[in-house]
Design a protein around this ligand. Structure first.
Ligand SMILES: NC(=O)c1ccc[n+]([C@@H]2O[C@H](COP(=O)([O-])OP(=O)(O)OC[C@H]3O[C@@H](n4cnc5c(N)ncnc54)[C@H](OP(=O)(O)O)[C@@H]3O)[C@@H](O)[C@H]2O)c1
Length: 398
């Protein structure tokens, strides 16, 4: 696998420059990735909390198909409201294409009329190399910055990921302050994380050229805190829960887990983006209470009695051996092969994460009345009930 020099990759085209920013009322918004998990909740939150019309870039055959995809997606996540239809404009396009593949007229129209951009779309894949993700995640971000510069300058709200910090620098430092920036020490592994790192660096270069922009870095995003709706089912923690319940065995690990419900992330991003003093900042969106592994086990074990499964705890090596034995015995469940592969990769759940400190952000979120839900047995009950409702736990495919 070729080594990627992140700093060299992060060079914003010289012709992207910004006129002085003059704030305007939020009447038209541009959103990427609205057909995805977080994007759908961002779209709903923007429609609910503002009067703005939202222009969404959606991969589709044409604009009608794009609108249908959005509606289907909002319905699936129990978000759809018929009276939103007139405020949603769906544009068929692709992050990986020049001008997103939009006609020149549409590109100019959007450049002139939109007041703010929420760039949330990206390809999320743990095993794809950087080269395969670059067009959508990096060049797509550069195209977002081009759009921000067309006609009037408009703020960009970029959804990044906490994973940009998972290089040796912060792992060894052991703590991460809210104003710390991702560093390139050559140790950030994984094409997805690398692509988010480079995209963020492009945003910072645009900031240096006068663009008002903010960066939001969620940790692992799981289901809605009330409905449990979750589309992040390929996530390693979801697969671990599924695999353990199928196996009846749970590994004893010395780690903490940190996750945030999707509704908290969407609310936080939209509310922070409305605060003029928040422009130019980066926000690490994590759960202020990370979960100790034994508490996680206890919650899942307790829920087994109501949800008809049994779970026992094994030492990690014994658990891995039990998993391997199932695979060797011809058990074809994809979750088992995923977990075996996952625990062999260097950046798995066992990686120690830096301690997180963001007092200013939590103060601001408190002022905005946004509280991150606690990850407790009640939340896991909501999540597992959703898993059962969609047959996630019994599905042998992926
Ligand atoms: N999920 C997490 O735990 C997590 C954690 C931290 C940060 N994030 C960040 O949050 C954002 C949203 O993640 P998610 O979990 O909602 O992912 P998701 O469900 O996979 O959604 C990704 C969205 O991006 C769109 N997209 C991908 N490639 C595209 C392209 N070439 N052109 C146009 N649109 C494209 C997808 O469109 P299609 O529907 O056509 O595929 C989809 O709408 C991402 O930026 C991700 O990096 C996620």
């Amino acid at each position: 696998m070729p080594t990627i020099n992140l700093t060299e990759e992060a060079t914003l085209a010289a012709d992207i420059c910004f006129k002085p920013y003059e704030p305007t009322a939020l009447k038209q918004v541009f959103l990427t990735g609205a057909s995805g998990f977080l994007g759908a909740f961002l779209l709903a939150e923007l429609l609910e909390k503002t009067q703005a019309e939202v222009h969404c870039l959606v991969r589709a055959d044409d604009d009608i198909h794009a609108a249908k995809r959005l509606q289907t997606c909002l319905e699936r996540y129990q978000l759809w409201q018929a009276d939103w239809q007139n405020r949603i404009h769906a544009w068929a396009g692709d992050l990986a294409e020049a001008q997103f593949g939009l006609s020149n007229a549409t590109w100019q129209y959007l450049g002139k009329h939109i007041d703010s951009i929420y760039h949330n779309g990206a390809i999320i894949h743990n095993f794809f190399p950087y080269t395969r993700l670059k067009a959508a995640n990096v060049t797509g971000t550069e195209t977002v910055l081009r759009l921000a510069a067309v006609d009037k300058t408009k703020p960009v709200h970029f959804v990044s990921s906490m994973a940009v910090f998972f290089s040796q620098h912060y792992l060894q430092q052991g703590k991460l302050d809210e104003y710390d920036l991702p560093v390139d020490d050559g140790t950030l592994k994984g094409g997805y994380k690398q692509s988010k790192w480079v995209a963020e660096a492009l945003i910072r270069q645009a900031q240096a050229r006068g663009l008002p922009a903010s960066i939001y870095r969620p940790v692992r995003i799981l289901g809605h805190s009330q409905t449990g709706v979750n589309a992040n089912l390929k996530d390693a923690l979801c697969q671990l829960v599924k695999g353990c319940i199928n196996l009846g065995q749970f590994p004893d690990l010395d780690v903490r887990i940190n996750l945030v419900p999707v509704d908290f992330v969407a609310r936080a991003i939209v509310a922070l983006s409305m605060q003029p003093k928040a422009l130019g900042r980066g926000f690490n969106l994590y759960n202020p209470e990370s979960t100790q592994w034994p508490d996680f086990y206890q919650d899942l074990q307790q829920l087994g009695t109501e949800m008809d499964y049994r779970l026992e705890q094994l030492g990690f090596d014994d658990w891995l051996a039990a998993l391997q034995a199932k695979i060797d015995a011809g058990d074809k469940r994809q979750v088992y092969t995923f977990l075996r592969l996952f625990f062999r990769s260097p950046n798995n759940l066992l990686m120690k994460k830096p301690a997180l400190h963001s007092p200013d952000m939590w103060q601001l979120l408190q002022e905005l009345n946004i509280i991150c839900p606690e990850v407790d047995v009640a939340l896991w009950r909501t999540y597992l009930r959703y898993f059962q409702a969609i047959d996630y736990l019994t599905d042998v495919g992926d």
